[in-house]
Design a protein around this ligand. Structure first.
Ligand SMILES: [Zn+2]
Length: 449
């Protein structure tokens, strides 16, 4: 018989709306939520169900990191492919654990080094390692002289792990078929570039319509979804026109782009992935760029344009997702929840609205079947228990010591962060790994404070 556990005395944010319920209860039966709401309304609960009093802790749905690069190793932006694959694989196992520990129970990959994502996903699904539900991508697909073609020609062998250069519709189809053969769920496609890139700036389309149509139609025939790097209005329009599922960045929008996104809002998601720009502006000097050079490359304007773009998209009901480009030296793994702070401070959302982007909307992006993102009877039991109130200050989610536990698919994980290594105490050794619901370890962690 599967585990059945009833959490009581929670401040419960179900993700269905912006409200939280004081005195909330959530009943998890096996891998599903059986009830989430006021304890008073729960009805009869059998004697055999374990009860855990959360002492007023906050319970929310698991979050989705919607633009993940789990295989990146906290390198600089031009060194993403410089870590040997064996070492990157070891990092990635740790990164996956850290992402789950940070409260992110799902992730949509926007590009993997080598085939690491696919192997991570498989190991996570089999229970060999811990990590989020992962929509795995493979190597980036881009044209010659695109943003996937980072290095000068004499250094081309360095590209092996990061990008697949494909020019022309049939080469693009072959790249997508290769990703399919290798087990990817997501195709990452570069439609334009970066301010930093001399040969692929935002706004200069790196693929023709014919190539984009080939890539996306080929991916969809094979049951894969497509994530695009689209900074400019032109690249966003190209993505929408040919049916991309996840549009990354969307920094510069014109009226036509906003209208196209509005009309497609039920089938696609946009993620601004603003962390990279914000942190690049803050740390440019330590990365060897003067403030003047960064300004000339347009990064200050890009942040301003993105604030405007997010506001326009939300005004017309386009779902804007949390996450993006964590795993670089300036956006290290484990800091994913910074995005919620950017959504509040930069984009002007309330904490509750930012949480809905991370939970309800991120869950809908991961699972179009509707089993993720909210805590409602019948859905998969993915949740986070927080010793604090993110509705008062979303930054509490950046503090791993305040995340008491994470549940994914009905399995309760405690002590996942670096501050709480597995074998910190004798109790850790006696607890199953991951801790089963209702174990001594779980109860101790949950009762903390
Ligand atoms: Zn990215």
């Amino acid at each position: 018989m599967s585990d059945s556990i009833l959490f009581t005395n929670a401040k419960l944010f179900t993700g269905v709306d912006e409200e939280a319920i004081d005195g909330g209860a959530i009943w998890v039966d096996g891998r599903h939520v059986r009830y989430a709401g006021r304890l008073a309304d729960i009805g009869p609960v059998p004697d055999g169900v374990r009860r855990v009093d959360l002492n007023g802790q906050f319970v929310m749905p698991g979050m989705t990191e919607s633009h993940a690069h789990i295989s990146y190793t906290n390198n600089g932006p031009t060194e993403l492919d410089k870590t040997p694959v064996e070492e990157a694989m070891m990092w990635s196992i740790d990164n996956a654990r850290l992402m789950l520990a940070s409260g992110f129970t799902s992730a949509i990959s926007f590009g993997s080094v080598h085939r690491i994502d696919v192997h991570l996903r498989n190991a996570i699904d089999k229970g060999h390692i811990v990590g989020p539900r992962l929509c795995a991508s493979g190597r980036d697909v881009g044209a010659t002289a695109s943003n996937a073609d980072l290095h000068p020609d004499y250094a081309r062998p360095q590209m092996e792990g990061l990008g697949m250069l494909a020019d022309g519709p049939w080469a693009v189809r072959k790249a997508v078929r290769t990703l399919r053969k290798n087990g990817a769920n997501v195709v990452k496609l570069f439609l334009d570039g970066e301010g930093l890139s001399g040969h692929a700036p935002p706004g200069e389309l790196t693929y023709t319509d014919e190539e984009v149509e080939a890539a996306i139609s080929e991916a969809h025939v094979r049951g894969m979804r497509v994530a695009t790097h689209s900074r400019s209005a032109a690249a966003v329009k190209q993505a929408v026109k040919f049916g991309a599922d996840f549009i990354g960045h969307a920094n510069y929008l014109d009226d036509e782009a906003v209208d196209m996104l509005r009309r497609a809002r039920d089938r696609l998601f946009v993620g601004p992935a603003i962390a990279w720009e914000v942190q690049f502006l803050a740390n440019c000097e330590s990365m060897g760029f003067t403030r003047q050079a960064v300004r000339e490359k347009g990064y200050e304007r890009e942040v301003e344009a993105t604030v405007d773009a997010v506001k326009r998209l939300r005004d017309v009901g386009v779902r804007v997702l949390i996450g993006g480009d964590y795993g670089l030296n300036i956006t290290p793994h484990g800091t994913y929840a910074k995005d919620l702070e950017y959504f509040v401070d930069l984009f002007g959302l309330t904490p509750a609205q930012a949480l809905l982007c991370a939970t309800r909307d991120g869950g809908a992006a991961v699972d179009p079947g509707g089993m993720l993102g909210t805590l409602e009877a019948g859905k998969w039991a993915d949740l986070v228990i927080v010793n604090g109130d993110p509705l008062s200050d979303v930054r509490v989610l950046q503090d791993h010591s305040r995340i008491s536990a994470v549940m994914k698919d009905g399995q309760l994980f405690c002590g996942l962060t670096r501050n709480r290594p597995y074998h910190a105490s004798a109790d850790d050794l006696t607890a199953p790994r991951p801790a089963a619901a209702g174990s001594r370890l779980a109860e101790q962690v949950l009762a903390a404070e």
